[in-house]
Design a protein around this ligand. Structure first.
Ligand SMILES: [Zn+2]
Ligand SMILES: [Zn+2]
Length: 343
């Protein structure tokens, strides 16, 4: 089988490998679609080191191809999506349900201390407890959104949005557009999207955003205040870009009692000045959202099986595994929206 192997020297090479055999409690998945995300870009830039060659790709769907001993939940032919975080279940974080912080986590093809082979290969072995069934009518393209959608759900659940809130969403890339749809489901009265790229702003409006602004032409906090009901800013700001300027814009666009979510992955050293008097006096809440928990993954599968969200139109490129480097490059350049490797 073909596998895109990431080696300790930071290269990705296509290799011919033996099909893996599923051990006790594990399932072999014939991978159908695997999303490419900024994490793959960061890994290939050496921001996470690996000691042994590993197959990346942590956003995948596929078909059960073989089951190991002791697997009862799945049969050959089942459609599935994988949760890439294999959490231990017994550390203090797992006990609290915060499996995204699991101290003994093993990650399928993603970023972490212990990474094992993920989805940029024809067949991948996954513990049965990290798989959920996709219904027959769900396409593999949609199914491969299980992980990114779960991350978006994590962010939204952190915020505890109130029905009727006015919201600023900064960034309308694939993740921003998932967040946008979830914000609407939460009963947002108004969603203002700030985004540099024209096509992304248009798509955001098509997907139900109420207003779009361009940080290139407009002073965003001022514009947001003028669009808000009380002319004093939004109740919630969501940063889905991963940079300082965007985070600063979010904080400056809040009204008193506002909440700010840092969702995009910022550079490690990124800092923004926070006026602690304003934080005190205006009761500003700052939230972070990292990866996904098991509960978020279950919720994501329910939404995907329920066909509740527009996902297929978020895929701009479907590429062959031979073009893995191109897919990662396109992701880095921010061209189009979601790139998926399709088998
Ligand atoms: Zn991802
Ligand atoms: Zn744990």
């Amino acid at each position: 089988m073909k596998a895109a192997v990431f080696t300790p020297d930071g290269e990705i090479n296509l290799r011919e490998r033996e099909k893996p055999t599923p051990g006790e409690g594990k399932v072999r998945v014939k991978v159908k679609n695997c999303g490419v995300c900024m994490t793959d870009v960061h890994i290939t830039h050496g921001e996470f080191s690996v000691e042994d060659p590993v197959v990346l790709g942590h956003e995948f769907s596929g078909i059960v191809d073989e089951v190991g001993p002791g697997v009862e939940r799945f049969n050959i032919g089942d459609k599935v999506a994988a949760n890439p975080i294999i959490s231990c279940g017994y550390c203090s974080y797992c006990k609290d349900g915060r499996t995204n912080f699991c101290q003994n986590a093993i990650i399928l093809g993603g970023a972490g201390r212990n990474i094992i082979d993920g989805g940029f290969q024809e067949f991948s072995v996954v513990p049965q407890r990290n798989l959920e069934k996709l219904e027959e009518h769900v396409s593999f393209r949609r199914g491969a959104f299980a992980e990114p959608l779960a991350c978006a759900i994590r962010g939204i659940n952190r915020l505890q949005i109130n029905t009727g809130d006015e919201i600023l969403l900064i960034g309308a890339g694939p993740m921003g557009l998932l967040l946008l749809q979830l914000l609407q489901m939460q009963g947002a009265a108004k969603v203002i999207v700030s985004e540099l790229i024209d096509e992304r702003r248009e798509l955001a409006l098509e997907l139900g955003a109420d207003y779009s602004v361009s940080p290139e032409n407009q002073e965003v906090p001022e514009e947001v205040r003028s669009l808000s009901d009380n002319k004093d800013g939004v109740d919630v700001a969501v940063e889905a870009v991963g940079n300082k300027t965007a985070a600063q814009t979010g904080i400056e666009s809040l009204r008193r009692g506002g909440k700010m979510l840092i969702f995009g992955v910022p550079p490690e050293e990124a800092e923004v000045p926070v006026n602690i008097f304003d934080t005190y006096f205006d009761e500003i809440d700052l939230f972070g959202s990292y990866a996904l928990t098991k509960q978020d993954f279950f919720a994501s599968i329910s939404l995907i099986n329920g066909e509740k969200l527009e996902l297929s139109s978020l895929v701009s490129h479907r590429l062959n595994i031979d073009d893995i480097l191109k897919a990662i490059e396109l992701t880095e350049k921010g061209e189009g929206l979601k790139k998926q490797i399709e088998f």
